[in-house]
Design a protein around this ligand. Sequence first.
Ligand SMILES: Nc1ncnc2c1ncn2[C@@H]1O[C@H](COP(=O)(O)OP(=O)(O)O)[C@@H](O)[C@H]1O
Ligand SMILES: [Mg+2]
Length: 258
Amino acid sequence: MELRAEGIGHRYGALDVLDGIDLSVREGEILAVIGPSGCGKSTLLGILGGLIRPTAGRAAIVGDAPQGCLNALTYVFQDFALLPWRSVAGNVGLALEHHPLSRGERHRRIADALALTGLADFADAYPKQLSGGMRQRVGIARAIVVRPAVLLMDEPLSALDAQTRELLQEELLAIWARERTTTVYVTHNLMEALRLADRIAVLSRRPGRLKDLIEVPVPREMRGEPGHAAALTALHDRLWQSIRPEAAAADREIVDAA
Ligand SMILES: Nc1ncnc2c1ncn2[C@@H]1O[C@H](COP(=O)(O)OP(=O)(O)O)[C@@H](O)[C@H]1O
Ligand SMILES: [Mg+2]
């Protein structure tokens, strides 16, 4: 399925966050959304997912849901949001609770999601027993157990240490390669965007406008090869030059704590 945003604008009271965003997320792609802190990335994702009603424009989902899809859109957030009193399998199964499934189907789906995320041996563990990386694997398993048409990820790896992040990037790509689920991936990490995405949308700040929409010029499976390093470094530098002044402004902003 595809996501289409037309003329999206959003204000929180007097704060003009997003303005005039036209964007299509193509079937089966990973679209990364990058931009400085506070530019409205999470707001845009919330609008695309129907959690936030935009003050202008509209977002729509277009096309047929894939087979076995129970929820068209699912989220993975930075802060896991797991229920501490439920086991890993219980947290993953939560997403299935309002769907009329046989016990067998429920069990199969949970087992499949746990296997895909490397959690098969952790089904009975509780969140507090797990590392941050394992908790986020649970967050990912819970999102994919419904076989969503579109996966919306809001800085899913940003709370993790660098090595765990590296491992989860590899695993996310392996999971994505199986289902090719249309994915919107919000990150402030340019390297992450360059590794995962087919295209990168760059947002400006105050208000957030679509400043650039860039196709990553190297096929995903070849991005680790030395022959392509120069092209990716050049794109990284271009993206950083584009974001840097606003990132610096965001960093130096005095927050009104009233
Ligand atoms: N519910 C809200 N009410 C008021 N202001 C908000 C709300 N959510 C976010 N904001 C503000 O809107 C701007 C964009 O926020 P957000 O979408 O979270 O940006 P990002 O995810 O790019 O950091 C920020 O200045 C933030 O403080
Ligand atoms: Mg955010």
